[in-house]
Design a protein around this ligand. Structure first.
Ligand code: AMP
Length: 297
């Protein structure tokens, strides 16, 4: 089936209301475009589990700080439409900035402590922008299953929290991170990497694996795990560490000593590209389950 591009909120609502009235389940994959295999995996999950799949492409100005890469963010609408069609998307929602924000935005959604550390610390206005646009997209799409990547682990936690707190009628589905063969997590921002930076970039995943290995070897001091990850990034001249952290996977607080289901997260700059990645691990009763998850993500 060819993908249909929709640019207005009214038309998308009409089509999805009609689908639900005909007992069809709606699957939703929100993106910022420049689509890759990571996005495609979300589309395929939606295609397998729902009847009408809608993908949005909107580079949301609210989630970029003034000094960030809003204007430089890569775009390729023709390529995106082809990838969406190949992966079973029915509707591509591509609103203009004016369609989404016709006037000054007065309302903002703020999610609290889960949004505060890590990305929230490095990018203080980022998650308010994400939560606000995702709330708006959920209001436009309506009741659905919405697919998000674990690649943006804190974003997934923010969205889950917001949906629960606000009783939004959306079922949030988290999907595993898709990687290049050398471990680099796929990202639209990988397009910013020079060949030398690209060659160095798998160090992020290696650092995460090193952190998991330290935990599997018995480390329960978060500082030790942080230091093990940071040492790898610091040893790579093309990388500049932003953070390397190990947190409780549900609360994103740092348990000391480490206990339960954990998430290890790294953010590092390679020139113009700021890369983030994460993997799972665990200490204690749930260790087996989380180490399986850690090795597959
Ligand atoms: P973005 O276009 O970067 O805003 O991402 C849109 C959605 O795709 C988010 O839910 C991301 O977490 C997800 N995503 C991005 N990269 C990957 C990846 N490598 N694997 C799985 N999901 C991803």
């Amino acid at each position: 089936m060819p993908v249909t591009t929709v640019t207005t909120i009214a038309e998308l609502r009409d089509r999805l209301d009609a689908a639900r009235a005909a007992e069809q389940r709606v699957g939703f994959v929100p993106t910022m475009g420049f689509l890759h295999e990571g996005h495609a995996s979300l589309m395929r999950a939606a295609r397998a589990e729902t009847d009408v799949v809608v993908t949005s492409i909107f580079v949301n100005p609210l989630q970029f700080a003034p000094h960030e890469d809003l204007d430089a963010y890569p775009r390729d609408l023709a390529g995106d439409a082809a990838l969406a069609e190949d992966n079973g998307v029915d509707l591509l929602f591509v609103p203009s900035g004016g369609e989404m924000y016709p006037g000054r935005m007065r309302t903002s959604v703020s999610v609290g402590e889960v949004a505060a550390p890590l990305e929230g610390h490095s990018r203080p206005t980022h998650f308010d922008g994400v939560a606000t646009v995702v709330t708006k997209l959920f209001a436009i799409v309506g009741p659905c299953r919405a697919y998000f990547g674990e690649k943006d682990f804190q974003q997934l936690a923010v969205v889950r929290t917001m949906v629960r707190d606000l009783s939004i009628p959306v079922e949030v589905v988290g999907c595993p991170t898709v990687r290049e063969a050398d471990g680099l997590a796929m990202s639209s921002r990988n397009a910013y990497l020079t060949p030398e930076q690209r060659a160095a970039s798998p160090v992020v995943h290696r650092a995460l694996r090193t952190g998991v290995a330290a935990i599997e070897a018995g480390a329960t001091d978060p500082a030790e795990v942080r230091a093990a990850m940071a040492a790898l990034i610091d040893a790579e001249p093309l990388a500049e560490l932003d953070y390397a952290e190990v947190v409780d996977a549900a609360t994103l607080a740092v348990p000391d000593p480490l206990e339960g289901t954990l998430r290890l997260l790294v953010a590092a700059r390679f020139g113009a590209a700021r890369l983030i990645d994460n993997v799972g691990a665990s200490v204690g009763a749930t260790a087996e389950a989380a180490s399986t998850e850690g090795s597959s993500t």
